[in-house]
Ligand binder design. Structure first.
Ligand code: AMP
Length: 401
């Protein structure tokens, strides 16, 4: 029997998300998540997607990631899709930070794990959880390839002019300070899908990808290769996000220290968790913000205006970086679902060849589609992202190499 299944694991600080795919036909067999790991009331939701689909939910204390993965293994086993199945080809792990060393998916051995650990200082919120996920999966199936797929990998092609901050080179190099970029699997997948939507190959097109979820980032992709992206050393830089500020004058931090007497940890929490849309208007869900705007809520209007202003600046900047743009692609929770955000982001950009057809923009669909008027110089597209599928494809290609 050929092994064609790939289990994709995405370990967060207190959650574990998973999907099981069969790469023989690209189908998704099961998906689920364990959340509030370590708390008294952890929750496990498992959905069998094959055979008509069914969902099971359980709650109870799940002490740590090892216990969470065991719970996932038990759920899969109950559906005849257990981790000991000979059809399982590999386990793919989303790893947030791969630094400069990891430019492609990598089979994990002790040396690779050590290198991922070495990157913890630049990704303190994410890499530790990813490492625990890998260790636990290795213990459960030591014989199976465990493959790390890095959020940063797609961006390692950025030229130095885009990747370096204009700070003292020795200091930057000593502390590995540079722009790495994140959401790489999504930018890779969506830029490729956008090319296919245009009936072209990735090397033929230049695409601006706008990944607008709770976290948000833009990228400039020239002929399939990332040449710039909006997130930097950490996922804090760039666009206005659900709870993160995005770009800010670094002197705001000195000011908050010296004048407001805030500690580094307090400022970190302010900029990562209490800023962005939530800081501006108290809500980070775009549906709620648009609803409040419809009622004439001034704070929601201001939050939306700041969000859109930043987005437009990046579209303009990346048009300049690319020289020629063939398509702008909207993706992730907000990009795929919010017609008002797409319309506002493109409004007034006719000079750049960008426009949205109101009728096409209003259509709700989970398919990749064009929303620009026929004959537009630049295509505007909505392309649902699928990071798990991208990870599974990369893992499967590597283990079958
Ligand atoms: P993600 O991080 O990609 O899962 O995106 C989550 C965000 O997508 C939420 O915080 C919402 O702001 C947004 N979102 C989800 N569904 C919708 C929708 N139907 N309309 C507008 N925004 C949405």
């Amino acid at each position: 029997m050929t092994a064609t299944r790939v289990l994709v694991l995405n370990s967060g600080s207190s959650s574990l998300k998973y999907q099981l795919l069969d790469m023989a036909d690209g189908s998704k067999l099961a998906t689920g998540l364990v959340e509030r790991i370590g708390e008294a009331a952890s929750r496990c939701v498992h959905t069998l997607l094959a055979h008509g689909g069914s969902t099971r939910e359980q709650s109870g204390h799940i002490a740590d990631h090892a216990a969470a993965l065991k719970a996932v293994a038990a759920e899969l086993d109950a559906d005849g899709l257990g981790l000991d199945s000979p059809e399982l080809a590999a386990i793919g792990h989303r790893v947030v930070h791969g630094g400069l060393r990891f430019t492609a998916p990598t089979v994990v051995d002790d040396a690779v794990l050590q290198e991922i650990e070495r990157l913890v200082p630049v990704a303190p919120l994410h890499n530790p959880a990813n490492i625990i996920g890998i260790r636990t999966a290795r213990e459960l199936r030591p014989d199976l390839p465990q493959v790390a797929v890095f959020d940063t990998a797609f961006h390692t092609t950025m030229p130095e002019s885009a990747a370096r901050y204009a700070i003292d080179v020795e200091t930057a190099d000593a502390h590995r300070i540079r722009r790495y970029g994140f959401h790489g699997t999504s930018h890779a997948y969506v830029s490729r899908k956008t090319a296919a939507l245009l009936g072209r190959t990735p090397d033929e097109v230049n695409v601006i990808v706008l990944h607008l979820g709770n976290g948000a980032s833009a990228s400039a992709v020239a002929g399939g290769v990332c040449v710039d992206t909006s997130m930097g050393l950490t996922p804090l830089e760039g666009l206005v996000m659900g709870t993160r500020s995005g770009d800010i004058d670094p002197a705001v931090i000195f000011h908050l220290t010296r004048v407001a007497g805030m500690s580094v940890d307090e400022i970190d929490a302010l900029l990562n968790k209490k800023s962005g849309l939530v800081g501006l208007c108290g809500d980070n869900d775009m549906r709620e913000i648009v609803r409040r705007m419809d009622e004439g809520d001034r704070r929601a209007e201001l939050a939306f205006a700041i969000y859109i202003h930043r987005l437009k600046k990046y579209i303009g900047a990346y048009t300049a970086v690319l020289g020629r743009v063939d398509a702008v692609a909207f993706t992730a929770g907000v990009g795929e679902n919010s017609a008002p955000v797409r319309a506002a982001a493109v409004a007034g950009l006719d000079g750049l060849g960008l426009a949205v057809d109101a009728g096409l923009n209003a259509v709700r669909s989970d398919k990749a589609r064009l929303i620009s008027p026929e004959g537009s110089r630049v295509a505007v597209a909505v392309v649902p992202t699928d990071e798990e599928r991208e990870i599974a494809q990369q893992v499967y290609a590597l283990v079958n190499d």
